[in-house]
Design a protein around this ligand. Structure first.
Ligand code: SF4
Length: 468
C-alpha cells in the first residue's frame, strides 16, 4: 500500500523543474511526462451537460487537478470531493460520499454526477458500486451517478479520459431505434479541436454527438452572473441514444487495435458500427477522417475542405527549405505524439525521439503502424519521464521540441524552440485554442513550426537578415 501511494505521488504531484544528473540510474519517476488519472476523467465529465465531477478521496487531489485544468483552460473549475481524513482512510468513506453527494445536489442541482476515485480510495479498496447504490437510497433526489475507477498508479490522465468516456457509455446508453446522429469520440483534444470537429461534421450535413464536448464549458464567454455549471456539453439524452447511431467514429491510433474501448462495447452490445481512426493530425490522418465522414454521411467531401487541403500542401511546398531535414523530439500523450509524428514526417522533419509519458503497452506498434514511413533510427520511448527525454535529447541534438509546456526547461537548456501542443500549456495564453486536427489544424501547426525555425535562425544570425 505504501509503495503504491508513494508511486502515485512521484508520478503526478511532483512539480520540480530541476533537471538533476541524468546519468544516475533510478527507478523513481523524475519530472513526469504524464498527469494523474482522475484528471482525465474530470475533463471528460466537464464535457457533459449539467455534470459535476466528484472525486472520492482527498481534497488535495481535487485541488491539484483544479489547479492544472485552470491554468490551461483559464476557466472556473468546480470539482467536488468527499474529503478523506485519517479516519476515513481507515474506516472507509461511505458517509463522506453520502454527505458530499447531498451537498452537491443541493448546491449545483446537476443533471449527472461524474464520480471518479483517487489513489487513496482505490488503495483502501472502496466498493464503489455498492456505495453508490447505498447513497442512492439515502440521498434523494439524486441524478444519475456515473462511476469510473481511476487509480493513478495504474495509468495516466489519458487512461482516465478513455475510461470515463467508456463509463458514460456503458452506464447511460440504452437500446435505441436507428437514427441519423453519428457519434464521434474525439479523444483528448483541445477545445478548438472539438469546435473544428463539429464544423467538419456540419460540412457533411452530418448530425453528431461529440463525447465529450468541453468546447463551451471550458472555453466559453463571459457571464453576468456566476454559472455553477457552465452551459454546453454532450447531453445525457445524446449519450443514451448513441446505440442507434449509424456509426461511432473513435479517434486515437492506440485505440484502433484494442477490443475494450467504448466504441467496441457499443458494437458488441448494440451492434453499432465502429470506425476507429488515428487522431486526424496532418494530411493523411485528416484525409482518413474526411473519408469516414463522407462514408457515414453519404456526401462527397465538400469543395471548401478540399481547398483548405490544397492550401496546406501549397504552403508546405513553399516552405520546404525551412523544415526539410530538421530534427524534432515529440513528447506527450501517445495518440497526440503519433499524430504529430506523422505530420512531421509529411513535412520533411525527422522525428529523432518519440516519447510517450504514460505506459501505453502497444505505443511502438501503434506508432509504426500509423506512421509507416517513420525512419527505423527514430527512438521510441514508452512511459518516459523528462529525465529520460533530457538525457536522450542531449545526445540527439534536436532542432526543435514538440509537446506540452512541461518541456520548456529542456527547450531552454538546449536553446531550441518548443512548439506547444496538447496538455498542459501553462506558460502561454490560449492552450485550449491550439488547433491540432484537420487540414486547418495542420496548417496552424506548420506555420508555427516553420516560423519558430525561422525565428531561431534569425535570432542567431550575426547578420540579422530581415528577409529569410
Ligand atoms: S489521484 Fe493520486 S496522483 Fe492524482 S493527485 Fe491524488 S494522490 Fe496524486
Amino acid at each position: 500500500m505504501t509503495a503504491a501511494l508513494q508511486s502515485s505521488t512521484d508520478v503526478s504531484c511532483c512539480e520540480s523543474q530541476a533537471l538533476p544528473d541524468l546519468r544516475q540510474c533510478t527507478t523513481a519517476t523524475r519530472n513526469a511526462c504524464k498527469l494523474c488519472t482522475p484528471l482525465g476523467a474530470c475533463l471528460v465529465f466537464k464535457g457533459v451537460r449539467g455534470c459535476i465531477p466528484f472525486l472520492h478521496g482527498s481534497q488535495g487531489c481535487a485541488t491539484y487537478i483544479r489547479r492544472y485544468l485552470i491554468s490551461h483552460f483559464r476557466e472556473p473549475m468546480d470539482i467536488a470531493a468527499s474529503n478523506f481524513s485519517e479516519d476515513t482512510a481507515v474506516f472507509g468513506g461511505a458517509k463522506n460520499l453520502q454527505t458530499g453527494l447531498r451537498n452537491v445536489q443541493r448546491q449545483y442541482e446537476p443533471e449527472v454526477i461524474g464520480l471518479a476515485t483517487t489513489c487513496l480510495s482505490e488503495t483502501i479498496g472502496e466498493d464503489m458500486p455498492a456505495m453508490v447504490h447505498e447513497a442512492r437510497e439515502k440521498v434523494t433526489p439524486l441524478p444519475p451517478v456515473v462511476h469510473v475507477s481511476t487509480a493513478s498508479y495504474r495509468g495516466s490522465h489519458v487512461h482516465g479520459f478513455h475510461d470515463a468516456v467508456k463509463a458514460l457509455v456503458t452506464q447511460l446508453a440504452t437500446s435505441t431505434p436507428p437514427h441519423e446522429r453519428a457519434a464521434l469520440l474525439p479523444g483528448m483534444v483541445s477545445a478548438a479541436d472539438l469546435r473544428h470537429l463539429r464544423e467538419l461534421a456540419a460540412a457533411f450535413a452530418l448530425p453528431i454527438a461529440l463525447l465529450p464536448d468541453y468546447s463551451d464549458t471550458l472555453d466559453g464567454g463571459t457571464w453576468s452572473d456566476y454559472e455553477t455549471i457552465p452551459a454546453g456539453g454532450t447531453t445525457v439524452a445524446e449519450i443514451s441514444q448513441i446505440p442507434g447511431a449509424p456509426a461511432v467514429i473513435e479517434l486515437g491510433a492506440t485505440l484502433v487495435s484494442r477490443a475494450d474501448t467504448a466504441a467496441c462495447w457499443l458494437a458488441e452490445h448494440f451492434g453499432t458500427p465502429r470506425q476507429a481512426l488515428p487522431l486526424p493530425i496532418g494530411i493523411r490522418h485528416s484525409d482518413l477522417l474526411l473519408e469516414a465522414l463522407s462514408t457515414v454521411s453519404g456526401q462527397p467531401i465538400p469543395a471548401e475542405l478540399l481547398a483548405e487541403r490544397g492550401r496546406l500542401i501549397d504552403s508546405i511546398v513553399d516552405a520546404h527549405k525551412v523544415t526539410f531535414g530538421k530534427r524534432a523530439i515529440v513528447f506527450g500523450e501517445a495518440d497526440l505524439v503519433i499524430g504529430l509524428t506523422s505530420f512531421l514526417c509529411e513535412i520533411g522533419i525527422l522525428p529523432v525521439l518519440c516519447a510517450c509519458g504514460g505506459k501505453t503497452g502497444d505505443f511502438d506498434v501503434a506508432l509504426r503502424a500509423a506512421v509507416p514511413d517513420l525512419p527505423a533510427e527514430t527512438q521510441v520511448r514508452n512511459g518516459a519521464d523528462f529525465a529520460d527525454i533530457t538525457a536522450e535529447a542531449r545526445e540527439l541534438v534536436p532542432d526543435l521540441l514538440v509537446g506540452n509546456s512541461k518541456g520548456y526547461p529542456l527547450a531552454r537548456e538546449l536553446d531550441i524552440p518548443l512548439i506547444r501542443t496538447g496538455f498542459p500549456i501553462h506558460d502561454r495564453i490560449g492552450g485550449q485554442r491550439v488547433l491540432h486536427v484537420g487540414h486547418r489544424g495542420a496548417q496552424c501547426l506548420f506555420d508555427s513550426i516553420a516560423n519558430a525555425l525561422l525565428e531561431r535562425k534569425q535570432t542567431h544570425s550575426a547578420t540579422g537578415y530581415s528577409y529569410l
